[in-house]
Design a protein around this ligand. Structure first.
Ligand SMILES: Cc1cc2nc3c(=O)[nH]c(=O)nc-3n(C[C@H](O)[C@H](O)[C@H](O)COP(=O)(O)OP(=O)(O)OC[C@H]3O[C@@H](n4cnc5c(N)ncnc54)[C@H](O)[C@@H]3O)c2cc1C
Length: 340
């Protein structure tokens, strides 16, 4: 299928891409987002939906998932599409026009803003073959709604921040929380580890260090598992734990994929841009975590400024008669304000 041509196509629906979509609408050009994930929000949705963010200007404190909801609402103001579950797999160019190819579609576009963050990322999967068949049926590697685990016996595998954050947050919801980790060294924040250890000492949770998943057993005659076997990697013994849900929290693997092959200047995985967010390839701009320049800060706040710069430059590149400077939203007739 071929989509209709847009002025700007944004690769990535994280905070940078979402703000760029709004901004393109504000500049009265057509735009769209393409993202590989099933939900918008990038890292905020995939990695830390339940964490609070404190350093976005004007918002003293907000849960990441609530902030994404606001960004999506703002991005939707001009009814420009967000195409989810499309991984960009190729780029074609014919004169000044591009076609972004995804695994399911083709998106013609006059310019591109790469807001691909740390790349298309996916949770690292459990290496044990016994786990494969249970993904989506008791094994979940992304938690979007902790309420889904109310009164369930939950096993979390991992030793990082995400593992301990969820372990502590589920203490009051799950009927039992068990955390297993391959070693006794944790990457998680000391305070969260201490909080979980206190729950273990008070008998509200379990912690097995030097343990890894060994097998998953279904003994209740239905299609859900009821027990897992954990293997003590030092003692070479196994231990049985009754669980309804396994949450592997093993980090994410990210991949810039084909974007690395588009002839852009790279610094490690990041795209080198100038102060106009130009990548060096005319018509292709970048913004957000994916960019590199002296003094770069990988923060939500900086991504927003870069998104505005990239959109304004792209608009002027496509339509030279349109100014780079956008004017003030507070004066725009577009928003029902007095046009200046
Ligand atoms: C645990 C944690 C806590 C954090 N806390 C804060 C904080 O408190 N304050 C702060 O300012 N920052 C924080 N950050 C950093 C912040 O989340 C990032 O700076 C921000 O998400 C960058 O936004 P982005 O839109 O540039 O990229 P991302 O959020 O990474 O979004 C990029 C999107 O591009 C998509 N994509 C990539 N490649 C492709 C492709 N080939 N095809 C299709 N789609 C693709 C991805 O699926 C993803 O959705 C935190 C990060 C983490 C991991």
């Amino acid at each position: 299928m071929v989509q209709e041509i847009k002025d700007i196509t944004i690769i990535g629906g994280g905070p940078t891409g979402l703000f760029a979509l709004f901004y393109a609408g504000m500049r009265s050009v057509s735009a769209q987002i393409i993202d590989a994930l099933p939900d918008a929000g990038g890292q905020l949705t995939a990695l830390y939906p339940e964490k609070y963010i404190f350093d976005v200007a004007g918002i003293p404190q907000v849960l990441a998932k609530d902030f994404v909801r606001s960004l999506v609402e703002q991005a939707g103001r001009f009814q420009q599409p967000i195409h989810l579950m499309h991984r960009v797999t190729g780029l074609e160019q014919d004169g000044k026009e591009f076609v972004l190819v995804t695994d399911r579609d083709r998106f013609p576009t006059r310019s591109i803003i790469i807001a691909a963050g740390i790349g298309a990322f996916a949770p690292r999967r459990l290496p044990q073959r016994c786990a494969e068949q249970w993904y989506g049926r008791g094994i979940y590697d992304i938690v979007t709604d902790p309420e889904a685990f109310r009164d369930r016996r939950v096993l979390i595998i991992g030793g990082g921040d995400t593992a301990f954050d969820w372990a502590t947050q589920l203490l009051d919801r799950a009927s039992r929380v068990t955390l297993a980790h391959r070693s006794d060294l944790f990457k998680a924040h000391d305070a969260t580890v201490a909080q979980y250890r206190a729950a273990v000492e008070s008998g509200r949770a379990e912690l097995y260090t030097f343990h890894e998943l060994h097998d998953i057993e279904c003994r209740n005659g239905n299609d859900r598992f009821s027990h897992v076997l954990l293997r003590d990697v030092k003692a070479k013994t196994t231990r049985e734990v009754e669980v309804d849900v396994v949450l592997p929290m093993l980090g994410f693997v990210s991949n810039m994929g084909v974007i690395r092959d588009w002839g852009l200047s790279l610094e490690k995985n990041d795209i080198i841009v100038n102060s106009m967010m130009e990548t060096g390839r005319p018509g292709i701009y970048a913004a957000g975590d994916v960019t590199a320049y002296p003094g770069k800060l990988k923060l939500i706040a900086t991504g927003f400024g870069e998104a505005a710069t990239a959109v304004n430059q792209a608009v002027h590149w496509i339509y030279p008669e349109k100014k780079v400077a956008p004017g003030h939203s507070s004066n725009m007739a577009l928003f029902g304000q007095k046009d200046d």
